[in-house]
Structure formats: C-alpha cells, structure tokens
Design a binder for this molecule. Structure first.
Ligand code: FAD
Ligand code: NAD
Length: 409
C-alpha cells in the first residue's frame, strides 16, 4: 500500500561518514526545500576521511586535513544538522534516541560505520590502540611521539619503548606501516635516536600479508617495506595484549614481544548500536536487501560498514570499503527521492568495483585498477587521484582545492 503523507516526510540520516554524507549531499541536490525534512545526525561537527586516518595516526598528515566541517558541505536551507551521539534506534516506534534528545522519522538512513573487532582477545581493548576516528588517530600519534621523547631522556635505555607493533597485515595494517616507515626516520632525527634501535613489527596470522590480494603485488609491498626497516611476523597470531606488549603464537611456539605501542588493525565489525537496536546482524553488519533496506523494515536503510551485501560472483560478503559506502549513498539518495515523490520504481544497488590501491607511504603504492596492476609512483599517483575524487564527490571542486592531495612527486 502506498504511504500518503499529510505533512513533509521526515528523513533522518545517522552518521556523516562516507555513506551518510553521500546520501545527504545527493539528497539535497535532488529534493526541493518543501519536499522533505532532512536531518543529519553526527557526533562531531565534522566529517572525516576515514581512509586517511592511518596518515594522521603515523603523523605524516595533520588531522585537520582529514576533517571537513559539515556546515561547509550541507545546504542548510534543506538539511538540519544535529550534533549529537546516537544511543539507540527503536524501529517499532520510528524513533532514534540521542544522548541529548530524540528524533522521529518516516525514513531512516543508518550510516554509523565500523568498530574495531577484537575477537575477544585478552587485553586488546585495554592495552592496544585502534584507528577508529580522528581522536584515536591523534592519540596514537601523540603516544608514539611521547615514547620517543621518553626514550631519548632515559639514562638506562629500554629499547622496547620505541618498538611499535601493528596487529594485522590487511590493508589498514599495511597502509599504516607504510606511513610509519616514512615517519620513523623523522622521529629519530627529532629525538636524536639511532634508527636501528626502533622496531616496527607487523604481525599477521595468515600465511601472507594482504591475504587474498595479487601475490606479485604482495611480494612488491613486502620487500619494499622490509627495505625500509619493517619486520613482518607472518603466520603468527596475536593471542594476548598486556601492558608490556603482546603474546604471539606460531605453530606451537609462544613468544612475548615487548613494545611501548601496540596498534590493533586486524579487523572491523559494524557499529554495535545497530545490533543492540535489534537488527539482525553478523559481526555488527546487517544483511540488507538490494535497495539497502534492513530486513522487515521497509523504511530503514543501512549504508556503509554497518551493512552487508553478498557478492554473487564468489558468494562472500563485499568487503566494507569507502568505495562501496559512497556508491550506496548515491543510489540511496535517488531511491529516497523516488519514494518521497512516489515517482516510479526503486533502483537496485549494484557495486561498481573499480579496483583497490594500497598505499605504502605517500610515495609508493600497489594496486589493481580497472583490472590492471600498478606499482610505484604510478600507483601512488592513482591513490591521490582516488582521494581527491572522494573529496570532489563530497564537496565539489572547492573542497578538492582546500583539502586535496597534490604532492604527486
Ligand atoms: P565511517 O566512515 O566509519 O563514518 C561513520 C560516521 O558515523 C562518522 O562520522 C562517525 O563520527 C559517526 N558516528 C559513529 N558512531 C556514532 C554515534 N553513535 N552517533 C553519531 N555519530 C556516530 N576503503 C576504501 O574503499 N579505500 C581505502 O583506501 C580505504 N582506506 C582505509 C584506511 C583506513 C585507515 C581505514 C580504517 C579504513 C579504510 N577504508 C578504505 C575503509 C573505509 O574507510 C570504510 O569502509 C568507510 O569509512 C565506511 O564508511 P561508513 O560511511 O560506513 O562509516
Ligand atoms: P581486514 O579484515 O581486511 O584485515 C585484518 C587482518 O588481520 C587480516 O589479514 C587477518 O588475517 C589479520 N588478523 C586477524 N586476527 C589476527 C590475529 N589475532 N593476529 C594477527 N593477525 C590477525 O581488516 P582491515 O585491514 O582493517 O580492513 C578493513 C576494511 O577496510 C577492508 O574491507 C579493507 O578492504 C578496507 N580497507 C581498504 C583499504 C584500501 O582500499 N586501500 C585500506 C584500508 C582498509
């Protein structure tokens, strides 16, 4: 049965990450002022480029470059922005509970992103850092600098203070060690520390780094990073994290690696709020229908890392990526306009995967783009093109000029 509104329908969008902000900026282009009440809720007054957070954490890019004021990219005549934290969704009452109030909706878009997945490993939550948002990235940067400062001021040096462990050699772990490989020599110079004393150890449970990625590109990345002083422990699982470092296991061998910094980058799950609100989820991700609707709730749409879709080509979930979150936002904005205007059929969401580029610092990378393998400066160049394109889609050419990456050499 068609829904007939006697007032402007209310669209509430939760989260200003890639999925939420792309839904918002495209919706504001499509709908007139009098067609809908659009409210965007986010815990910060800025959107951040999650895909750049490893650079902020390593200290190779200032965090202000990664954040974009929401009021600079939304049309305030069409979108009402509420800075608040979502604590619960009550779909039966079409209500969202915030820390400082509540909102009702006719259509809800959930784009609350990801959380670190610690798989219940002892001590990780308490003792390891994770790249979760701007604040956590800043904390990692400050912590590493503090450890270097402390070490340089020590009479009897404890070398483990300047050992940094990265758990997981997926794309996040590798992009982070790539940045650290460039940052460490700068820190050594700043704090008068011998580079040979610093260890950056990346621990990966699978038999290779970047499991599942093209083996030739993986070999390139590994030897490039090893030449820059990164140590890899492959086929080695982190079993525990303590205040002193980590306990790892390889085959039957258990070993302790002492470290002043442990960063867990070994997996993500959907935002816990979604699951806690009663939506059926797998590792926090809700299996949505082809129109991005949550099962059993025709007016609740989920985008980005809190959603899950199966790739029919391999029967496995699509990986949670910004690429897909942004495409979902564009598709959903069109479909919401159709629903508001009751003007036709909804369009199914089909990811259009253009490839993957993994940076190894700002000056090198590996990738497969439109089916073609690239490495070195060409891949690093492509990575910046991708980063700038995301800015263009979010905020237009002015945003690219303001925040874009143009250090191509
Ligand atoms: P997010 O971008 O995580 O945004 C969620 C938003 O919701 C944030 O603004 C947050 O502040 C807000 N929020 C969260 N909780 C609340 C709450 N309770 N109340 C109010 N607001 C809330 N993918 C790629 O495709 N390419 C890459 O190169 C790439 N690089 C990456 C590098 C790193 C270091 C990381 C960590 C991930 C990378 N990814 C990349 C994955 C990509 O960043 C995610 O898939 C993407 O950010 C998911 O977008 P999202 O819209 O679901 O949520
Ligand atoms: P991931 O799940 O892709 O990788 C996590 C890695 O940690 C895996 O290799 C896994 O084997 C390893 N691991 C798990 N438990 C471990 C343990 N106990 N000890 C040691 N290693 C362990 O997670 P991610 O790298 O955070 O990526 C999350 C998502 O973000 C993915 O979809 C990824 O594609 C995307 N991403 C993309 C890019 C890019 O396109 N350049 C960059 C970063 C992230």
């Amino acid at each position: 049965m068609d829904v007939i509104f006697l007032r402007k329908p209310k669209i509430v969008i939760l989260g200003a990450g890639y999925g939420g902000i792309m839904t918002t900026v495209n919706l504001q282009k499509k709908l007139g002022v009098n067609e809908a009440d659009i409210t965007l809720v986010n815990n910060n007054d800025y959107h951040y480029q999650t895909t750049w957070l490893h650079e902020n954490a390593a200290g190779t890019l200032h965090h202000d470059r990664s954040r974009i004021q929401i009021n600079d990219i939304i049309d305030r005549s069409k979108v009402n922005f509420v800075q608040d934290t979502v604590s619960k969704i009550i779909p039966e009452e079409r209500k969202v509970i915030l820390d400082n109030g509540e909102l009702t909706y006719d259509y809800l878009v959930v784009g609350l992103g990801y959380e670190s997945e610690t798989f219940g490993i002892k001590g990780l939550k308490e003792n390891a850092f994770a790249i979760a948002n701007i604040s956590s990235a800043r904390q990692i940067k400050e912590h590493i600098e503090y450890q270097f400062a402390k070490y340089s001021n020590m009479r009897e040096k404890k070398d483990e203070l300047i050992t940094i462990i990265i758990g997981g050699a997926g794309f996040t772990g590798i992009e982070l060690v790539g940045e650290l490989a460039n940052r460490i020599p700068e820190l050594c110079q700043e704090f008068d520390i011998d580079r040979d004393k610093v260890r950056v150890v990346c621990v990966e449970a699978a038999p290779m780094i970047l499991p599942g990625f093209d083996p030739e590109l993986v070999d390139y990345a590994r030897s490039y990073l090893e030449r820059k002083g990164i140590e890899f422990r492959i086929g080695t699982a982190i079993k525990e994290c303590t205040t002193e470092g980590i306990i790892v296991a390889k085959d039957d061998q258990v070993e302790e690696i002492k470290a002043g910094t442990v960063i867990w980058a070994a997996g993500v799950r959907g935002n816990g709020i979604v699951e806690e609100s009663g939506f059926e989820a797998m590792r926090g991700r809700v299996k949505v229908d082809p129109y991005l609707r949550a099962p059993g709730h025709d007016n609740v749409f989920i985008v980005g890392d809190s959603s899950l879709m199966i790739n029919p080509e391999n029967d496995r979930p699509y990986p949670p990526t910004a690429q897909i979150a942004m495409q979902q936002g564009i598709n959903l904005a069109s479909n919401l306009a159709v629903l508001i205007r009751d003007s036709g059929n909804l369009e199914e969401f089909k990811p259009d995967l253009k490839g993957t580029v993994c940076s190894l610092g700002h000056d090198d990378a590996i990738g497969v783009v439109f089916g073609k393998k690239i490495v070195g400066w060409q891949a690093a160049f492509m990575k910046k093109v991708i980063d700038n394109r995301a800015l263009l889609l979010i905020g237009g050419p002015m945003l690219v000029l303001k925040k874009g990456k143009f250090n191509f050499l």
